[in-house]
Design a protein around this ligand. Sequence first.
Ligand code: SF4
Length: 414
Amino acid sequence: MKKSANKVENNNSSGSKDSISRRHFIKNASATAAAGTAGLAGFGSMGCQKKLKTVKLRRTDMKVSKFLGDRMADRKLYELALASGVNYWHKFGHWADPAPYDRFRKLDRDSIFVDTTVGSLEKDKAIEIFERALEKTGFKMIDGFKIHSQYKSAEDIKTKMGAIQAFEQLKKQGKTRYLMMSQHVNTTEVFEAAIESEMFDVIQIPVNPTVPKDYFTKDKFPRKATQDEYLGLIKKASDKGIGITAMKVFLYGAKNWAEVPDLKERVSKYLPDNQSIATALIHWALNVPGVQAYGSMLYTFDELIENLEAVGGELTDDEDRGLKKFSEAMNDHYCRMCGACERANPGGVAVSDILRFSGYYTGFGESETAKAFYAELPKSKRVDAAKDLGHYEKACPYGLPLTKMLRKAHIQLT
Ligand code: SF4
């Protein structure tokens, strides 16, 4: 799908091609969004944009767009996304400014679905976090109570029930409906335990061609998982009626890819530019059996268009070949968040969190947010608390140059 800098080509339903200017798209989308919910519903039929595909998140009653909205860079992007049919919104109540909850309150409540993330396994704290999100948004009910990467092991899923009790209490009060989990630390083990527990209605996990290849293969931890097993777990979850959504699809995006000096050269035969890489990654994630939708923060109009256009497309052979090269190139640069280095150094540096914050800084340009996250870590978990980072590096099954990466992250984030 080739696009000039100022044109967007769309296949309309009859198969012919429409070419529209971005200005035209913005003008129409904004006007339609301003017209309210009826206008939003009508936008897809204006011939300016393909209708965004939707999917029912299995055991829930939520029929959601396959692209899930998250925090966006400016108010107009929210309007455009709404106008394009994005009807599910993640981390509601936790968005940094601009956070147009006033705009969302004007929508027909039945036309959108929202979740909010809960960063605690303690009952009272979890309730406090959720209630704060409710208050901030002005909503009476947030559909999804999403426990966000709080479990460190399968044992935690079985024994730490405070957040689950918080959900049950809030559900009884009519303030939420579905129990969700997002997980990006020790993902395979926790994900599997979460599936077995049957507690969760929707689970969000990282899905991209690098995760979790050869997971745990050099780890002393008895559980070893390959990519096939990981993808098999997604299938298993879907068979149990659990909605599965993807995150980390873009490995922090183009700015992060640019950190790998020869990446572009290695993939260029199949994926000649950033847009084709992004499109291939979306196709790859949505092509995994069981994955229903994916979410990402967006910063530009072009990114929004790329995402809307890629949803619903099939993974081509060239994209698949290109992503194999891409994965090889990213191999030494991307933390899979498997937790092996942290388990080998208990009580030490929060490696996977810090590298994630660094990804926000580099890939998304979210320097202030990334620094704030880093500042919130206990001193003992920060990079400068460790005398020798070599122990972490030795424990990483992917051979990441952790000493260099963590030192760089520390400088970025302080
Ligand atoms: S740095 Fe390596 S061992 Fe540590 S969490 Fe990331 S991928 Fe796993």
